[in-house]
Ligand binder design. Sequence first.
Ligand SMILES: C[S@@+](CC[C@H](N)C(=O)[O-])C[C@H]1O[C@@H](n2cnc3c(N)ncnc32)[C@H](O)[C@@H]1O
Length: 440
Amino acid sequence: MARRRTADPARTAAFRVLRAVTADGAYANLELSKQRSGLSSADAAFATELTAGTCRGMGSYDEIITAASGRPTRSLQPAVLDALRLGTHQLLAMRVPAHAAIAATVDLAALQIGERVSGVVNAILRRVAAHDLDEWVAQLGADRDEYGRLALTYQHPRWVVEAFAELVPEDELAALLAADNQPPVPNLVVRPGLAEQAELGGRPARYSPYGAYADGDPGAVPAVAQGRAGVQDEGSQLVALALARAEAGDGPWLDLCAGPGGKSALLAGLAIEQGSRLLASELAPHRAELVAANLRSYTGADRPITVVADGTRPAWAADVFAKVLADVPCTGLGALRRRPESRWRRQPSDLPGLVALQKALLASAIASTKPGGVIGYVTCSPHSAETVGVVADAQGVEVLTASDYLPEVAEAALGDYVQLWPHRHGTDAMFLALLRKRAR
Ligand SMILES: C[S@@+](CC[C@H](N)C(=O)[O-])C[C@H]1O[C@@H](n2cnc3c(N)ncnc32)[C@H](O)[C@@H]1O
């Protein structure tokens, strides 16, 4: 008699998240927080590790599944492929015994997709289980070049490995790729003037005078719960701080691409400290709401203002702002450790459209700045097309030496720019250029 199928809540949750990611373009982290509710804490932890690890490894696991099954993954039903990806991660990267990983994945596939797929899932996973991860990498990597092997070993698309190889010394490339696979410790940040660094608990941040590394649930920190502090990568803190430190004379400050408002929240307090005031502008209305929520604790007459506006077509007069942050939409290749699925979603073909938008937003930021004012051009991608390539086109500005404004992390200087790195600084790979608008 056939064994009764058992539904495993953690694996079912992980399967639902992965289906939403691969079929509907959902973000794994957001979907996971929905699916985790109702799970025990042990099941929630298992579901989180399984989902994040599977999303990070997806492209490499597909190559293993292809080799094990002898057929291209596109010939598999998408839901079956997702079940196989989850099974492969358990077999090759989690401490789940092989028989348990296979049996639980076959049950999952039978219950969630249909009994008819149980045979194929069982057969393919048995072939995956015949080797450990190192053996699969050695076997598949045997006829590849160094970048191909690194891509497979560190679970990155090859084009990303190639882009990074142009940016860091050869002997750092593996460390950078490995750092992308380590989920970051949440970094906390004060809203200047509303909270002190000492209130954040945890360890004070290495570089940012406003930050700390959380040693537990950030929501349990009173200043965070009260909106007087928030969660923000230390690299994001540093680039906002550099702009705040640049001398630019009187005038309001503008955050041109503000959503969800992490940098706005820091800049707003720093602006008030300098007798100024921040306008936070964002194209997407739902993201502008997040900005307003992040800024809610500033309540004085100089509190920041949030507006919905297309930064390429400013709703304000030219030559007005003393400081303008252009933290532009980008590939996010510098924040891969935060969004497990994103490395497989991005394509080189995304670059031309993004670069055109980045150039338009930077031109608009410059137009909005008063002569003598300072523009901070920021990306959370180190890709040279989005960083130096965009700044090289800027008109009517002089390039400041950005590292002069961040002495805490002087070694992050990239010529006149600043480039932070996860493997060197423990931050996202943020890029910063500081530009001073010339008098006409
Ligand atoms: C990299 S994110 C900004 C992150 C933000 N500065 C923070 O620290 O929280 C870029 C933002 O630009 C917005 N955006 C995209 N196109 C825009 C446009 N034409 N004008 C203004 N904002 C735009 C996106 O919706 C997104 O919220």
